[in-house]
Write a protein that binds this ligand. Sequence first.
Ligand code: CDP
Ligand code: CDP
Length: 228
Amino acid sequence: MTLGVQIAIDGPASAGKSTVAKLVAKQLRYTYCDTGAMYRALTLAAMCQKVTLNDEAAVLRVLKQITISFKPGEPEQQVFIDQQEVTEAIRQPDVTNNVSTVAALAGVRRQLVQHQQAIAAKGNIVMDGRDIGTAVLPQAAVKIFLVASVAERAQRRYTENLRKGINTPLAVLQTEIEVRDKKDSTRAISPLTQAKDAVLVDTTALSIEQVVAKIITIVAEKQKDQNK
Ligand code: CDP
Ligand code: CDP
């Protein structure tokens, strides 16, 4: 079976991964897959069932009971747990602050990675997360590691929150981002790290449009090299 073209976009929290990945997918007419939404949906389901979040067996029982799915939508793709739409609910601060605990569980990662690989096997894909280039799609044709200064990332999240009517102080957001990045980068299984063959893109001073254009250029260059 020939695989489609795979574009892996990884990086720390609020670097712009999902915004940019979705636009790149739209421009190239590829499928977009937000893997963070899967970890978030499972975290929400586990929290609703009042499960201890570092209890792997209990969280895996929750995962077994639910189906996490996506529907394309504007401005965001919709996320569902079974028939219930949870697009907004999975972005609430309490889910954000707990998701890294659930994402550190080995069994959870095994199952969600399988789900992600099955989605990618269907055709051309842009997938974003933390371990896409290193673990989920190690053969991806293009790997991007998206970064920005922590101050810029906190400011972006702050502005986004204000649009949604959430008013968490900037300093609190910055600390939350730092704590989550540390947990994601230091966990035992598939920690957040730049794949050896990933291209580092620093977006601190770049607009969304500039980042999208940069990635499209990187993709075109890689494809030209492969066709030589
Ligand atoms: O959008 P944001 O950067 O805030 O986070 P996200 O991409 O929605 O991911 C939420 C959390 O899920 C991350 O902080 C990681 O703990 C976890 N995650 C992961 O471990 N592996 C992935 N491939 C994607 C997300
Ligand atoms: O997925 P990730 O957590 O990496 O970031 P995101 O949710 O795509 O982006 C976080 C926020 O930064 C969003 O509100 C984007 O609109 C914004 N953003 C930006 O202002 N400039 C960029 N170059 C990229 C994203």
